[in-house]
Ligand binder design. Structure first.
Ligand SMILES: Cc1ncc(COP(=O)(O)O)c(C=O)c1O
Length: 393
């Protein structure tokens, strides 16, 4: 049977399924209700942020960050080219200039060293992506951001619950953006997101942005229907609102999932240790380095393949695994400056040799929660065999 990356990473348990039924049968509303409010509060408490606002997905969370910082055409944004497209488009849409930051070859994430040379007097925002589930080295990054007065947006879509030096990601920057998409470590029924913020004031702005500026009147009124049932407000100066809402059923499931997120991540870490240990005698495969103080919650299991000593390439390994071992591996993330979209918008220029080297040599193995030891061992065995075969061949 072909082993491949599934479209659902974590299945719901019985209690989570029952929560769906409960809200459908007993909930007073299916939109903007008590489940959403409780999910926000519990999420903020879980990660340790001042406030958190539930949204339709992480892309909406990144949009909210880009909009509410008032980013515009005079500004520059430092951002990795090695990430999912959603990390970047919300900032590009404002007309700001994108400055592509390279990755560190060991962690495969951007670092203070790769960011520093890109800072100019026009730099406003720094987008840090905790890609694959590994936390970036935040202390030096935050020192740099403070020194240059930069807004920091953390894209935590792939690293919910991960800690850097004991503190959860999403609480270092001004905005922490989370995804509960079907393919993430936890999912609120396929779509969902959250933005963690550092003040109640910013939380209020995001909430006003989230539902087309609909907001209760703040003054006492004699007739509840005058001048209208509710006010419509400007979320921030010159900002038009959006509809970025998530439903109550999704939020009810999210509330339960954050209670077992640490357990899900711990189980993914055990799987990862087993897989990486089993392949430790295959020097051609180099996994991400997890530096002191950082944590990896293994959203994905990716490695660089170095076959130069046998004159072989990553493509040979992917082909061998697919053709001979029923294993479908993939490649991620196409350096965005090389893609059609960013070239069309004039962002085709970048000096990111490590990003290019990694993408052109990386392999991402099938990975999800609760794989079980037998499957992890079987996968490692197939990979080892495939490498041995291409060594000979
Ligand atoms: C790094 C990263 N950022 C943002 C997103 C966007 O998440 P969503 O699908 O919830 O909008 C994803 C989704 O794959 C992602 O991997």
């Amino acid at each position: 049977m072909m082993i491949e990356l599934p479209a659902i990473q974590t299945r719901l348990n019985e209690e989570e399924e029952q929560a769906v039924i409960r809200v459908l049968r007993e909930g007073k509303t299916l939109a903007a209700g008590p489940e959403g409010a409780a999910f926000e509060q519990e999420f903020a408490q879980f990660i340790g942020s001042e406030d958190a606002v539930v949204l339709s997905n992480a892309t909406a969370a990144l949009e909210a960050a880009a909009i509410l910082t008032g980013l515009g055409p005079d500004d520059e944004v430092i951002i990795p080219a090695h990430t999912f497209v959603s990390s970047v488009v919300p900032f590009a849409r404002t007309g700001a200039t994108l400055k592509w930051a390279d990755i560190d070859p060991k962690t495969r994430l951007i670092s203070a060293e790769t960011i520093a040379p890109l800072i100019t007097s026009r730099t406003r925002i720094l987008v840090v992506v905790h890609l694959y589930g590994l936390t970036a080295d935040m202390d030096p990054i935050m020192d740099l951001a403070k020194k240059h007065d930069l807004v920091v947006v953390e894209d935590c879509a792939q690293a919910p619950g991960a800690k850097y030096k004991g503190k959860r990601v999403g609480t270092f920057g001004d905005f922490g953006c989370f995804s509960f998409h079907s393919q993430k470590n936890i999912t609120t029924l396929g779509e969902g997101g959250m933005v963690a913020v550092q003040s109640k004031d910013m939380g209020r702005k995001v909430r006003q942005l989230r539902w087309m500026g609909n907001w209760p009147f703040e003054q006492e009124r004699q007739c509840y229907w005058k001048p209208a049932m509710g006010n419509i407000v400007e979320p921030a100066p010159s900002v038009w609102p959006h509809n970025f809402c998530l439903g109550e059923v999704n939020c009810a499931v999210g509330r339960l999932l954050i209670k077992r997120l640490d357990q899900i991540n711990a189980s993914r870490q055990r799987q990862a240790k087993r897989f990486r240990d089993a392949l430790s005698a295959v020097p051609e495969l180099v996994f991400q380095e997890v530096q002191d103080g950082c944590e990896h919650v293994y959203h994905l299991m990716a490695a660089r393949f170095d076959g130069s000593s046998m004159n072989k390439h990553r493509d040979d390994l992917i082909r061998q695994l697919f053709d001979k071992h029923d294993m479908k591996c993939i490649v991620q993330y196409w350096p965005l400056y090389r893609s059609e979209l960013f070239r069309k918008f004039g962002f085709e220029s970048a000096n990111v040799p490590e990003t290019d080297r990694y993408f052109d040599n990386m392999i991402s193995f099938p990975w999800w929660s609760d794989m079980g030891n037998d499957l992890v061992d079987e996968m490692a065995k197939r990979v080892q065999r495939a490498v041995e075969e291409i060594r000979k061949g």
